[in-house]
Ligand binder design. Structure first.
Ligand code: TMP
Ligand code: ZN
Length: 400
């Protein structure tokens, strides 16, 4: 673990602490039954804001190999995300990739996005350090390099595959400490007429929607347009398009080409996001959210109702730990990801079971912790609801 004292977008050194979640376990470090009795690794979770460019980043940077060699989030577990990435690839390949051109995905996870591209249309290459995910990608016949994307790796790929017409990096920039190295790699590998397309969750939405559960050790950065534009222009890449996306609690998709001078879209975005961010109000709303969740669970338990949490993403770990909700208040969570089942939530120790447990047990309430998938999960629970089960989302629980 290191403490970062400069902004990773503008390299300024005026970082101001704005929000502190205390000592937290690693959100994706699901525990086996044997690990339950052992001490858990914890690390401070503190957000800082750059006074120069408005970048928001964690003060403590955990060693990436600890977090990413065995990664439990599978893109393919959500049908909505599969459709989302298929559309992204289809649109950008049509625009930027000639026949047999190269598409590189940084942070290619289980190969979901690349597998939507017909292999006869262009050459595909996934790059991701998670060994467990590369196995899945290989099964899908997606060419894959099991490493972190760095300038050194970019040089090797350039030699072995030639330049890339399209480089895609979705929900990966926030995980990378050395963004200068990543940008140097992109600059090197990207074809002169090629495009870089990135997607990142949007920091201002995180704030305005009180999405404190998206703050965890793997998410080193919480971007706005201004810090990103600053970063890319330092590397000779210009932002040509900004689009909002309703995924991961509100994201932005940016397209970059080689060259200087950002699109006219950038200035109004920057002005909008630099209007005052109210961290005190955000902190107050986080507290309220915590109190509301505890009150709701306590009332359910005292009324003899069995509540099950739906979804065990990292954000469930953060919320349960921030609210300090143990198995007395929430005895069980379910998740459709096979490699999470049989494990336990870090810190608060709820067992993670197959969703079929909801129908098997006399569950009276389901509270959706993976709130960004509310619609998809609610659809799956239609039968349960028809039998009188109640379904709520953790972010819209009633206040009493
Ligand atoms: P995410 O919030 O990081 O996208 O993770 C979503 C989690 O929710 C992931 O662990 C899979 C789980 N999930 C289900 O269990 N059932 C579902 O229907 C969906 C969409 C997700
Ligand atoms: Zn900065």
């Amino acid at each position: 673990m290191i403490i970062r004292t400069d902004c990773r977008c503008c390299r300024g050194e005026s970082l101001i602490e704005v929000f502190n979640l205390g000592e937290q376990p690693y959100a994706n470090a699901y525990l086996s039954a044997e690990q339950l009795g052992l001490p858990e690794q914890r690390c401070s979770l503190v957000l800082c804001e750059c006074a120069d460019c408005g970048m928001i980043q964690l003060r403590h940077v955990v060693d990436a190999t600890d977090l990413f060699s065995n990664y439990s989030f599978l893109t393919g577990s959500s049908q909505r995300m599969v459709r989302h990435f298929a559309e992204l690839m289809r649109e950008n390949i049509a625009r930027y990739v000639p026949a047999n051109g190269l598409v590189v995905e940084i942070g290619s996870n289980d190969g979901t996005a690349l597998s939507t591209i017909p292999s006869e249309r262009c050459r595909r290459l996934g790059i991701d350090p998670a060994r467990n995910l590369s196995d899945i990608a290989h099964e899908r016949n997606v060419p894959y390099i099991t490493e972190f994307f760095t300038e050194i790796l970019a040089r090797k790929v350039l030699q072995s595959h030639g330049s890339a017409s399209l480089i895609v990096a979705c929900n990966v920039m926030g995980h990378v400490d050395d963004l200068d190295d990543l940008c140097r790699g992109v600059k090197l590998l990207l074809h002169p007429d090629g495009a870089l397309v990135i997607e990142v969750p949007c920091a201002n939405w995180m704030l305005s929607r009180t999405e404190f559960d998206t703050i965890y050790h793997e998410h080193l950065s919480y971007f706005g347009i201004r810090p990103l534009a600053t970063l890319f222009s330092r590397h000779g890449l210009r932002v040509t398009q900004i689009r909002t996306q309703e995924v991961h609690g509100g994201s932005v998709r940016l397209t970059m080409l080689h060259g200087e001078g950002h699109s006219g879209q950038v200035t109004p975005w920057v002005e909008g996001e630099m209007r005052q961010r109210d961290w005190t109000a955000f902190g107050g709303r986080c507290e309220e959210s915590r109190e509301r969740f505890i009150r709701w669970l306590t009332k359910a338990r005292d009324g003899g109702r069995l509540v099950v949490g739906y979804g065990a993403p990292a954000k469930a770990t953060v919320r349960l730990n921030y609210c300090n909700i143990g198995t007395d208040l929430l005895p069980l969570v379910v998740d459709s990801t096979p490699n999470k089942q049989g494990k336990f939530i870090p810190g608060t120790h709820q067992p993670i079971c197959d969703p079929s447990r909801i129908e098997e047990q006399i569950t009276s309430d389901v509270v959706i912790l993976a709130w960004n998938h509310e619609q998809e999960i609610t659809t799956k629970l239609a039968g349960y609801k028809a039998n009188g089960g109640r379904v709520s989302s953790v972010i819209t629980l009633p206040g009493n």
